[in-house]
Design a protein. Structure first.
Length: 293
């Protein structure tokens, strides 16, 4: 088991490195879409002619993580949500290094980008509220948006996948947080803002971790190597469902990077978005076993 965890951690780091490299070359390879990003939306997302149905009246906004972008983060989740009948939208935020890498900008500015994007979705679709699904930093920023930027009345459900709601020690990367220098702010302000003792994290959690009227679901993995400890994602407050992936499916080995494309997680997200019509949760790849939650 320990060898599996190490291999997963290495795989996660490899994916992260490839993400940064691919983003750096995207400027030369792709025209800029109308959303202002050089990265195209994932399959099923950003159909601006989509209108929410009576069955799914709220559009779903997907918010990626640090060093990630809307395509690599949501290539599996987005088409599943669209196939289930949701209007799905995904943005790129916090772009830095000449606009080639996403999720690294100052977190308050990134939260404002989310606010602006949600307003565009609401205006275009005519919906009154959205649901948000966010990964890692993308699970934290919407909390700032609803607390500080007027988003509380615009969000019905917030689902966080491996979010570092109380900051991260970046523990399994092998770099002690004491070695993350202030100079990091020049390249990745959000990296230091996600430390447990940062002013951003402290202010975010002061006075209560949730907002009235919003349903929160948090899904974490014991094998997370970036949002550490993995329990950093758990929220305290009313109308919160904290889920550990391995409590649902004990043999699931998804770690931080894999959780967004994991079939178990995707079904848990679908169930959180539509709790009145929950479906059994699959355990294992092609195993056919299910878990009812």
């Amino acid at each position: 088991m320990r060898g599996s965890i190490i291999r997963l951690s290495v795989a996660g780091l490899s994916v992260l490195a490839l993400t940064v490299l691919s983003a750096a070359t995207a400027v030369a390879d792709q025209p800029a879409p109308s959303e202002g990003s050089v990265v195209p939306p994932p399959p099923g997302a950003n159909n601006w002619s989509c209108r929410p149905s009576a069955a799914h009246p709220r559009p779903v906004v997907l918010v990626h993580g640090t060093f990630e972008n809307r395509l690599d983060n949501w290539f599996a989740m987005s088409p599943r949500l669209a196939a289930a009948g949701y209007c799905v939208y995904a943005l790129d935020f916090g772009r830095g290094l000449g606009g080639t890498v996403s999720g690294i900008g100052p977190m308050r500015a990134s939260a404002q980008e989310i606010s602006d994007f949600v307003d565009r979705v609401l205006t275009t679709t005519g919906a009154q509220q959205v649901d948000i699904v966010g990964h890692s930093q993308g699970g934290v920023l919407p909390r700032y948006y609803v607390k500080n930027l007027g988003g509380a009345d615009k969000v019905h459900t917030l689902v966080g996948l491996a979010p570092d709601n109380h900051g991260t020690t970046w523990g399994l990367i092998g770099l002690p947080i004491t070695l993350i220098p202030p100079a990091t702010d020049l390249l990745c302000p959000s990296c230091r803002e996600q430390l447990p003792t940062s002013e951003f994290i402290t202010q975010l959690n002061a006075g209560g971790e949730t907002q009235p009227g919003i349903h929160y679901t948090v899904i974490v993995s014991k094998f997370d190597e970036f949002a550490t400890p993995y329990t950093t994602g758990f929220l305290s407050g009313p109308d919160v469902d904290n889920i550990t992936l391995q409590d649902v499916c004990p043999t699931n080995l998804s770690e931080h990077m894999a959780i967004t494309s994991d079939p178990t997680t995707i079904q848990l997200v679908l169930n959180a978005l539509d709790p009145d019509h929950q479906a059994p949760v699959p355990c294992g790849v092609g195993a056919g076993s299910v878990q009812t939650r």
